[in-house]
Design a protein around this ligand. Sequence first.
Ligand code: HPA
Ligand code: ZN
Length: 336
Amino acid sequence: MADPTHFIAGLPKAELHIHIEGSLEPELMFALAERNGVSLPYVNVDALRQAYRFGNLQDFLDLYYQGMSVLLHEQDFYDLAMAYLRRAAAQNVRHAEIFFDPQGHTERGVAFKTVIDGLWRALKDAEREFGITVQLILCFLRHLDEASAQRTLDEALSWRDRFIGVGLDSSEKGHPPSKFQRVFARARELGLKAVAHAGEEGPPDYVREALDLLKVQRIDHGNRALEDAELTARLAREQVPLTVCPLSNLRLCVVSDMKQHPLRRMLQANLVVTLNSDDPAYFGGYVNENYQAVQQALDLTRDDIAILARNGFKAAFLDSAAKQRHLDALDAYLRT
Ligand code: HPA
Ligand code: ZN
């Protein structure tokens, strides 16, 4: 590949694993803190960035929830989502499926309506202004109990047409998917799609539970599935997409070095791997930087990169006509 950075930048892409609250850049965090009269325990943006050194998932989550404290009003959620969508569109992301964590806000006294109205207005403006398509996935916080997830789903149903599915995130260890079987069953009965974070820090059995008990259509992360040959073979056989986030894995010490990232092994095992940014403001890059990091570390070819981009559209919750349009655009780009 003559110039991988250029090739990746021009590639039409989907992003399927991005937490909108994790796209809150330090500059916007400080601006919103000032606008809302919220005090942050850092003197400035540089001091905040210095704090972004994580030993594990929980270290990150502590700062992630603290960062959210500046999000209070509808306009804040609008500004947050619009900033992400502007950057995503500039990176040639043609379709994004965005996670949001309503309990991270309702638990602090911010109304669900405030969150969903701000995000929704940004989605519609971004679709019109940037030509990107966007869908929302409501995530339940797994460190909270299932009753709280059920109440969140109840409340969300007033806006049923604004989100396409449910997900499961936050602290993985000690919070297996089995804890959320009933709320996922209800969500599925309502026609919602289902995804779950599994196998980021948790064991392969959590991936199995997400498939068998929550009946998810994609696994978010899924790295540790590779420790289990039988499970890996099943993921390949059933072509269950994995939404992999390399810079996140590096920053959260899920991998010790990008050269050790399991992406190549995932591709060799015929898994439907997609590349995503997870929490780009915290992990040092948006989707293109994730592609670049693995391309370099693992010496990926143009064909490898094309497979990853193709998988993103295949794994999206889009109808087959929309998927085909994206795949055709990708093929046209690859012919240039
Ligand atoms: N894992 C679990 N929960 C999260 C993450 C993640 O990578 N990002 C935001 N919430
Ligand atoms: Zn995530």
